[in-house]
Every structure is written in structure tokens, then in C-alpha cells.
Write a protein that binds this ligand. Structure first.
Ligand SMILES: *Cc1c(COP(=O)(O)O)cnc(C)c1O
Length: 431
């Protein structure tokens, strides 16, 4: 399998090289040359397969000859070694809970898969690979955890001081070892700018092998398909495939689900549920794609003004708005409605939503009301405890802290405070 750049100006690469590079040199995103087709039988008999078998079926065509079968099997089983349950919430709505991993967010799945792939690919290199990443909160923890103790890889994470939650900061700063946390006395945008400058600094990249672990990397994007297949395995009414609602920011998650569907996975319709950052909902309505500065909301992991993976969605629907609209709708949900959904669903069903899941829940409920006979799933992407303040405000109750989080909260924070300018970062990297 080869991957081409969506900008069409860079050479095609295999899974290994596209993973190591991350983004194509022409600034496009890598996209598979063909979409593998899984046979009908696989979907009707899916209950008989183990998670590992499903993982292998789905991922092997993408990794091709770059990963031996036993290596891929090891990576798949480590990626999926926590529960990913479909939980009924009421009548026609279930939650696919993706937050039972080590950092309590769905990003654990992509980060675990990618870290192990990269670890394998750089095993025989002399010298270390440095993974450089800026985070506004969730990505950093998942990346730190995923890459922790992966041989040959050093991780440097930049985060804005005082602007991530207490749990998130602990997840970033307490591991030590090959994980280095830089606490930048500026904003997330400063962090991102510093990272971009580092990648463009050829004097640095000549000496240091730098790569990124953001969500456009195919090794983070493609394995996100897996839980859509595992949801289908658990889906009760195989004669009535689910409408799937995905809380969306950078659109990597929903785009993976749509790719799974194009491989044959039965899905009735996709909903891209957004917060006030409504570039895509407006595009679907008016046909114009207008980038906007990100607006801060309660579902902050979705505060994205220019979703980087949307280009992949256009690519897989042949840049045809009719094809896209038949497969996916997109709506914007306000903070007020998000809060009241958390309140209502807790009062009515004793089910706790986090703000991201709540956005997807509301969008799904609305769609199902307008389409009789349909049933749906929404993706619960973060554990409610990660957004304790909001959840307490909406429900009047404090989420019990899981043991894993208690342990992290008690560990000493290790971070290096640096100024929000590139020279400060360069000094650390040169060291
Ligand atoms: C990152 C994130 C999202 C958005 O996912 P995308 O793939 O960027 O659309 C949604 N919810 C949570 C909790 C996240 O951390």
C-alpha cells in the first residue's frame, strides 16, 4: 500500500516512510492509494472474531509489508488492551465509550498504535528520534503515555502554563524517563508556533531527527477505525445499522469512521457534531469553507478553527458535495445546550456525559427525532472526570476519581519552564 499527498506534489510513500515523515513535504496529508475492501462475510460473522483478528483484518492492508505479521499483532493487541464498550443510554441511543484507556480519552488508541509503529521503524537507526509536540491538553497526555519507555524515541511536549487542567498537567509531567515536558509561559498558539519554527530550522533538523505525533499522522489516524468495527461487533440490530455521531474538532476521528464505512462497515449515516467552532457545519450549509480563529468552549478539545483532516473527507467523497451530504451531516451545538444535556441525561438516565460526548449526544438525538426507525451511537471521547468542573456544574455531583488518576495526582510534577520564544526551545533541543 502506498500513500499519496492530498496536495499531489510529493512522492508516494509506504506506511513506514509516511509515518516517519508525518506530513508530506508539500504540506498535504497522506491518503491511501486504494481503500481496502472487506468481504460481506466478515461483517455478518464479526461476532465470531477476536479483537486481535478484527484489528489484523483492518490494519494489515494499510501497513502492508512494512510490519511483519507478528509485530503488527503485538501492536494491535497492546493498542486495544482496555474496554471499548457500547453502553445503552436510552431507547434508540447508545454510547461507544472510548475513554477507558490510560489517559482517559480516545486519543490513547491512536497514540498507542503510532508510538509502537515508530518505535519499530526507528529500532535499527543510530541516534535517537525526537518527537516534538505542542498540546492544548489531551494530545500531550496520550502521546506521553503512548511513547513512554519506547526505545530510541525521546518525546518533547510543549504546553501552555496554567492553561491545561490539573489532571492533564499531571499526565504530561509526571512520567519522566524519555518524556520531557516544557511548560511555556504563553498560549497554545505560541507552543504551536515554536514547534513549527523548529521543524523549519534546517540547522537543527540536519543534526536532530525530528518528527511530530499530531493527529494528521497516518499511524494515528488509521487505527481509529478499529473501534468502529468493535462497535459493530457489539451492535444488537444488525438489520438496522447505526447512525454514528462523532464529537469533532480536527475531524480525524470521524474521518477514520468514514474510511471504515468505505471498506464495507455498515453505517446508516455519520454526524459530525461540533461546538461553536462551526466551519464545517457552515460549509455543509453554504458550500463555502471559511477558516476562523478558534473559539473557546466547554468542549475544549474541539476548539479548532481550521480542521486539518477535513481535506481527507473531501478526498474520500471525491470532492463532491452531494456524495458528502449523503454520508455525513454536521451540526453546531452551543455551550448552553451542552450543559443542559449533561444535566438532563444524568437526571433521566443516571448516565454521565462529558462535554464532548454531550455535544455528540445532542446532535444524534436531534437527527433520530427527524428520522423515524433509526438508531444511533455517539462516541464518548473523554472520561467525565477530566471535565469535573463542568460536570459538577451541570449535575451537582463530583465524579469519583478513578484509581489510576489518583496515583498520577500524587506524583511529583517534572517540567522545565521556558519563555514563549523559539530560542528557548532551540536551546533545550540543542542540549
Ligand atoms: C481530540 C478530541 C476530540 C476531537 O477529535 P478530532 O479527531 O480532532 O475530531 C473530541 N473529544 C475529545 C475528548 C478529544 O480529546
Amino acid at each position: 500500500m502506498y500513500y499519496y499527498s492530498t496536495n499531489g506534489q510529493s512522492p508516494k510513500l509506504d506506511f513506514r516512510d509516511a509515518t516517519i515523515l508525518g506530513q508530506a513535504p508539500d504540506k498535504g496529508l497522506y491518503f491511501p492509494e486504494t481503500i481496502p475492501q472487506l468481504d460481506k462475510d466478515f461483517f455478518t460473522r464479526i461476532a465470531a472474531y477476536s479483537r486481535e483478528e478484527i484489528g489484523m483484518r483492518v490494519m494489515a492492508p494499510y501497513t502492508g509489508t512494512t510490519l511483519p505479521e507478528d509485530v503488527l499483532l503485538g501492536i494491535v493487541s497492546e493498542t486495544l488492551d482496555f474496554p471499548l464498550p457500547v453502553v445503552p443510554v436510552h431507547d434508540r441511543i447508545s454510547a461507544l465509550e472510548l475513554y477507558h484507556g490510560p489517559t482517559l480519552a480516545f486519543k490513547d488508541i491512536g497514540a498507542r498504535f503510532m508510538s509502537r509503529c515508530l518505535g519499530h521503524f526507528v529500532k535499527d537507526r543510530r541516534g535517537k528520534v525526537v518527537v516534538l509536540v505542542a498540546t492544548s491538553g489531551d494530545t500531550g497526555g496520550a502521546v506521553a503515555n503512548g511513547f513512554y519507555q519506547v526505545p530510541g524515541v525521546e518525546v518533547v511536549i510543549l504546553y501552555p502554563s496554567g492553561r491545561v487542567s490539573a489532571v492533564q498537567e499531571q499526565q504530561l509531567t509526571t512520567l519522566g524517563g524519555n518524556i520531557r515536558a516544557l511548560e511555556v509561559t504563553g498560549t497554545f498558539d505560541d507552543c504551536q508556533q515554536m514547534v513549527k519554527t523548529a521543524f523549519a530550522d534546517t540547522a537543527l533538523t540536519d543534526r536532530l531527527f525530528l518528527t511530530s505525533a499530531n493527529s494528521i499522522n497516518i499511524a494515528r489516524w488509521l487505527p481509529q477505525q478499529l473501534y468502529y468495527f468493535l462497535a459493530w461487533q457489539q451492535w444488537q440490530h444488525k438489520d438496522n445499522p447505526p447512525v454514528i455521531s462523532v464529537p469533532s474538532g480536527n475531524f480525524g476521528n470521524i474521518c477514520a469512521g468514514m474510511l471504515a464505512h468505505l471498506s464495507g462497515l455498515p453505517v446508516t449515516h455519520f454526524i459530525a457534531a461540533c461546538n461553536a467552532n462551526d466551519v464545517v457545519p457552515r460549509f455543509m450549509q453554504k458550500g463555502q469553507y471559511e477558516v476562523q480563529p478558534a473559539i473557546a468552549t466547554l468542549s475544549n478539545a474541539m476548539d479548532v478553527g481550521n480542521p486539518s483532516n477535513f481535506i481527507r473527507i473531501l478526498e474520500m467523497t471525491g470532492h463532491d458535495t452531494g456524495t458528502l451530504a449523503a454520508m455525513m451531516s454536521s451540526v453546531s451545538v452551543s455551550d448552553t445546550d451542552t450543559l443542559s444535556a449533561i444535566t438532563k441525561v444524568y437526571a433521566g438516565e443516571q448516565y454521565l456525559l462529558d462535554p464532548h460526548g454531550a455535544v455528540a449526544y445532542l446532535a444524534l438525538q436531534d437527527y433520530l427525532r427527524q428520522h423515524t426507525g433509526t438508531e444511533g451511537l455517539f462516541l464518548a471521547t473523554a472520561h467525565p472526570v477530566k471535565f469535573n468542573t463542568t460536570v459538577a456544574e451541570a449535575t451537582g455531583m463530583t465524579v469519583p476519581v478513578p484509581d489510576a488518576v489518583k496515583a498520577i495526582m500524587a506524583m511529583p510534577k517534572q517540567s522545565t519552564v521556558i519563555a514563549p520564544d523559539y530560542e528557548a526551545l532551540r536551546a533545550v533541543l540543542a542540549d
